[in-house]
Ligand binder design. Structure first.
Ligand SMILES: C[S@@+](CC[C@H](N)C(=O)[O-])C[C@H]1O[C@@H](n2cnc3c(N)ncnc32)[C@H](O)[C@@H]1O
Ligand SMILES: O=C(O)C(=O)C[C@]1(C(=O)O)C=C[C@@H](O)C=C1
Length: 244
């Protein structure tokens, strides 16, 4: 049973930088659902995107897999395909341990390999679907283009990248409104002002969000010519990039 996220509900002397440690693993499904507007919608839609874009005898990647929600969504959509395998990668030992247990708990024809590694070290090859669901934002900005280029090069024609991220906005008024709506979403989900503010401090300089335009530019530089938002709710959304 997923535990309720109360990590930031007591005043902390010093708020440490956010890490995906054992404490976060314990509450992660609750935390991400209550923090990311549209998270469940995005996870469910990954199955639809996979059903359409996965090709027989190819690899599917879940980069920054956490507890494997996107992996399970992809896997559920591969029943009609043959020879597919999923490679799920995360650099958090605690996440990988729990993810492996979760994946093994459900039987499936599709092999899944869960690797503990930096996604920047992974050679993407023979890929039809690559998912970066709220992971790119945790990489130092210098590493983002290299990773996307590696993904582009490893994708087969017709293959897709699903890139979900928290966004910032150039336009100050829109930015403030969308951030405020996100804070309302958190309040409506039971987070207190203290929890919201301590979590915000912990994510500072750890989660570095880009604008949608910055994403499009970087994706284009990496080689992707077909990039579009398929979902957005407030300052969170998901881009689909297609390799032609
Ligand atoms: C917000 S979570 C991703 C959520 C997950 N994709 C989902 O859909 O439920 C970000 C994950 O990326 C992982 N991560 C961050 N930087 C990484 C890196 N350089 N290599 C591998 N994993 C990384 C973190 O450990 C964390 O589990
Ligand atoms: O709580 C926030 O404001 C977030 O940015 C949510 C966010 C994310 O976007 O990755 C940050 C860390 C958590 O692991 C889950 C979700």
């Amino acid at each position: 049973m997923a535990q309720t996220d109360n990590i930031y509900n007591k005043p902390l002397d010093k708020v440490a930088g956010f890490t995906f440690d054992e404490q976060v693993v314990q509450v992660f499904p609750d935390m991400i659902k209550r923090s990311v507007p549209g998270y469940e919608k995005m996870i469910a839609t990954i199955a639809m995107l996979t059903e359409r874009s996965a090709q027989n005898n190819t690899n599917l990647y879940d980069l920054g897999c956490s507890l494997g929600a996107a992996t399970l969504s992809m896997r559920s959509a591969l029943k009609e395909k043959t020879g597919c395998q999923i490679i799920a990668v995360d650099n958090s030992e605690a996440m990988v341990k729990r993810c492996t247990e979760t994946i093994q708990a459900y039987r499936s024809e599709t092999p899944v390999t869960v690797l503990q590694d930096d996604i920047c070290n992974i050679n993407i090859e023979n890929a039809s679907v690559v998912v970066l669901n709220f992971t790119l934002q945790f990489l130092t900005p210098e590493k983002r283009l290299e990773l996307l280029t590696n993904i582009y090069n490893g994708l087969l024609p017709g293959g897709i990248l699903v890139l979900s991220e928290k966004f910032v906005f150039e336009d100050k008024l829109s930015h403030q409104l969308l951030i405020d709506l996100h804070l309302d979403f958190k309040r409506n989900n039971g987070y207190s002002e203290l929890e919201i503010s301590q979590k915000r401090s912990s994510l500072e300089n750890v989660l570095i969000a880009d604008t949608v335009e910055q994403h499009y530019q970087r994706l284009q530089t990496a080689g992707f010519k077909h990039n579009n938002l398929w979902y957005q709710c407030f300052n969170f959304g998901s881009i689909i990039s297609i390799k032609d």
